[in-house]
Design a binder for this molecule. Sequence first.
Ligand code: SF4
Length: 452
Amino acid sequence: MKRLEEFFFEPNCGHNKLKSEKEKKQGCSKPKPGGASGGCAFDGAQIALVPISDALHLVHGPIPCAGNSWDNRGTRSSFSTNYRIGLTTDMSEMDVVHGGEKKLYRAIKEVVERYKPSAVFVYQTCVPAMIGDDVVSVCKKASEDLGVPIIPVESPGFVGSKNLGNKLAGDALFRYVIGTQEPEYTTDYDVNLLGEYNIAGELWQVKPLFKELGIRILACISGDVTYRQVACAHRARVNMVVCSKTMLNLARKMEEKYGIPYFEGSFYGIKDTSDALRNFARLLGSEELIERTERLIEREEKRIKEKLQPYIEKLRGKRVLINTGGVKSWSMVSQVQELGMVVVGTSGKKSTSGDKERMIELLGDEGKIVDDPNPKELVRMFKEYDVDLLMAGGRSKFVALKEGIPFLDTNQERIKPYAGYDGMLILAQELVRTLYSPVFKLYRRKAPWQSL
Ligand code: SF4
């Protein structure tokens, strides 16, 4: 519990920075019933770690916990498919009566012998936490007996939201994984990305740029990454926090323990991608790298702007409402504004105060921050702001489609990568395809009997 409270006092959290000393002592607001409806802490921890692809991910709890979150993110891997195997101890009433520790040990042994993974992450859910299963001790014993790292992730859903779960995942990596192995060699240009999940292959959109600049991504936590890469992440020279909320605590702790400086950034949009590359070059501290980076940025911006031109002509002035969370709530605003579109509103529901400041700056007088983007509010905004398109997650899809509003999925289930310079082109193509799809014209047409 004491460790949990540490997350509520994160010194680098945008919310905490704005609080008075008295408010800081009170910590964050405690979770309320229903607060985990957008995903519980276990869900958040699992989605943050599952992309460690050669490890196995074992959910200690009743089977619905595993079913709740398994494979619901389109994260991609070029290493192993281990991460896609859904594993659970499937706790029953008998385990609640007699305790689930022995069952957990047997499950770890079975999966290690069957799949020979690089490591096993064991997720504690609500039920074993409430009956007092000592997951940490079971993992320690199994690790000693089997000779494989078994990592406990103490993330029962009732402790809070999905975002808190992301932080708990970062904490598990910091305590049990990072710094436990050494890379074969190091370079002056080794970096980590924190909070990049390679959804729809977005990491692969920016990786070639790093390669060209001679910057090595030592570990991407967690997207298209191996357990060993994460274990060696302490040798990086710079960390970039790609999603501002989820891994900020990890970045701060790595700075304190290993002296790795970090910055927050995004790969959505031309400007943000260029800024991220510039920040890397600056923090890596080589004049020659800074010059090379500027040359690459100039070339890439020119190339992509030429390719975008025909799409911008079709998108200019179109009015878009964005309902997404965290860093995307502002980074996608700037991305679509670069395409000439007008953002009438963006969701502030899961955003930090830092995220909100950026939104206000980008939106100006034209857009609104929507704190509670429920279906009724979305429908009201469609009408009041004359919305041409909704960019959101799958949950809002049917609200848009029922109203005849074109919809583009931009959340974790998306299948197209929108990061980097080339991601910008893909986004523009998708936006044009969606906006100009003839189906919406047909759908909005009145039925013959309605004109009688
Ligand atoms: S961990 Fe708890 S809140 Fe999360 S899915 Fe399982 S029972 Fe539900």
